[in-house]
Design a protein around this ligand. Structure first.
Ligand code: BG6
Length: 498
């Protein structure tokens, strides 16, 4: 018997900021990701402090902003979609750039060129038999909300965002069936700048430590600001999401609209009950983002966590009703790695929603230290089925690697084939376990700008793009070994993984 359902949505995933380029063309405005500048091939740059932002503005003409270039999908989309079609894609995950439609985020009416661009992309996809899967907000926030407000922590962003989200449904509902509201909504508490456009030291409430490291222990005042601002921002995102889900249900019954969260499966380091309890707590923390969007309410334990930790959320008017009326139709997730948790606070910190993992001696790691664990995906899929009983769309998964063409001019990415093969096996097993997985779109199906590093050197694609971190290169596309392998996988509906 076939392991994958007949209409399984095989495909790949991208985001506007990481592929489009053309950031200032045809009236487009800038988002906060357009101010993230490159700092080196392995240096994370998505923690923006006041001094960094001031530098990005002051040196705008000379700093390197890779998100402004992407891979120039804006001009290459026809060629790119033809390559996806050659692999047999049934589904293509992309996002819409808020500032391509509403350049400052404040306009009442959208920019016609921006509106047309996405119609063109959707038409091209449909002509190739590919179903678009659209993320409404893949992190990007119009820069005005950083300049004038405290990013998503300010309630002012909500009505403007909801206008944009409703516009998407009105305009594209006949071309797009599958929608996601916020990409990796849990990221706002893990990386407040990335997920929420929040500059932690913007109000001078505390002095930044000289040796600040984003994943090191935080000074008390900063931790307080981090937790309060990011959970407030999260609340606003939950509200905007629920409002558009309700609107879509009322006005576009053909559309299905999902959440999207980053799943990181957690193991206790030892069988000590203390470690197991800590793993359980962290696990609940990860699931909380899904709980609110799929069940429509805040679980009791998080309200108690807020009270105990002095997190004072300013609740949106009628928020309980809004959340209850805006429950998603399916669960979507990104999955890359699993983590190890200990109860020993000297050895492990939680920052926002993320735990810094300890080394797992049973797992191999990618070039970037991400621990590869397909079995954890099977376990998590089973749990998600039990918890929500909703269809599940795996909308990101994959392995980032440094890659250069070999002497024959080709990329022989057997490690990628091996990573994806074991994860597809795990998905097939989960389906056999009774999980309703409806699709699989590995991340960065065409090489794109890395989110954490804003570099081209970290590549995920089946398709190689000849561009480097500085934007040099021909931007020509070429097929890696994994391209031919994935084509076979799709053609056999997941049976031929050799
Ligand atoms: C997810 C994001 O967190 O992981 C993507 O949704 C991102 O935008 C992907 O690119 C991989 O992360 P990175 O940092 O390797 O690009």
């Amino acid at each position: 018997m076939a392991r994958f359902p007949e209409n399984f949505l095989w495909g790949g995933a991208t985001s506007a900021a990481q592929i489009e380029g053309g950031r200032c063309l045809d009236g487009k405005g800038l988002s906060h990701l357009d101010y993230v500048f490159y700092r080196g091939p392995k240096i994370p740059c998505n923690f923006m402090l006041k001094k960094d932002y001031a530098r990005a503005k002051a040196e705008e003409a000379t700093l390197n902003f890779p998100n402004r270039r992407g891979i120039d999908f804006y001009h290459h989309y026809k060629e790119d979609i033809a390559l996806l079609a050659e692999m047999g894609f049934k589904s293509f995950r992309m996002s819409i750039s808020w500032t391509r439609l509403f350049p400052t985020g404040l306009e009442e009416k959208p920019d016609p060129d921006g509106v047309k661009f996405y119609h063109n992309v959707f038409r091209e996809l449909h002509e190739h038999g590919i179903e678009p899967l659209v993320t409404m907000i893949h992190y990007e926030l119009p820069i005005i909300f950083v300049e004038k407000y405290d990013g998503w922590a300010s309630p002012e962003v909500v009505p403007h965002c909801v206008r944009y989200l409703k516009f998407l449904i009105d305009e594209y509902k006949d071309e797009v069936k599958y929608w996601l509201t916020f990409n990796e909504i849990n990221m706002v508490t893990a990386v407040p700048w990335l997920g929420g456009g929040i500059i932690l030291d913007r109000n001078d409430e505390f002095e930044m430590p000289k040796n600040f490291r984003p994943f090191g222990p935080l000074p008390k005042e900063m931790a307080y600001r981090w937790e309060n601002a990011s959970h407030q921002a999260l609340h606003h995102q939950f509200i905007a999401s629920a409002m558009v889900v309700k609107y879509a249900h009322e006005t576009a019954p053909n559309c299905l609209i999902g959440n999207m969260f980053n799943l990181h499966h957690l193991y206790p380091e030892t069988p000590a009950p203390q470690d197991a309890y800590r793993a359980h707590q962290e696990h609940e923390f990860n699931m909380f983002f899904c709980d609110v969007m799929a069940r429509g309410y805040y679980p009791a334990w998080i309200l108690s966590y807020y009270r105990k930790n002095n997190i004072n959320i300013k609740w949106y008017d009628n928020y309980e009703e809004i959340l209850d009326n805006g429950k998603v139709d399916f669960i979507s997730l990104s999955y890359y790695l699993s983590s190890i948790v200990t109860a020993d606070p000297r050895r492990q910190e939680r920052i926002g929603s993320f735990i810094r993992t300890l080394h797992n001696p049973y797992l191999e790691t990618s070039d970037f230290g991400w621990q590869i664990d397909p079995i954890a995906l099977r376990i998590s899929l089973n749990e998600l089925r039990d918890r929500f009983n909703l269809p599940i769309y795996i909308v990101e998964n994959g392995i980032g690697a440094f890659e250069k063409p070999d002497a024959d001019g080709k990329i022989h990415d057997d490690y990628r084939i091996s990573y994806l093969r074991t994860h597809i096996e795990a998905i097939a097993e989960a389906i056999e376990d009774g999980v309703n997985v409806i699709g699989y779109t590995p991340w960065g199906c065409i090489d794109l700008v890395s989110c954490s590093l804003v570099s081209m050197s970290k590549r995920y694609g089946f398709v190689y793009v000849d561009a480097d971190d500085e934007g040099r290169g021909t931007y020509d596309r070429s097929r890696k070994d994994s391209f031919y392998w994935y084509r076979k996988v799709i053609a056999s509906n997941g049976e031929d993984l050799d």
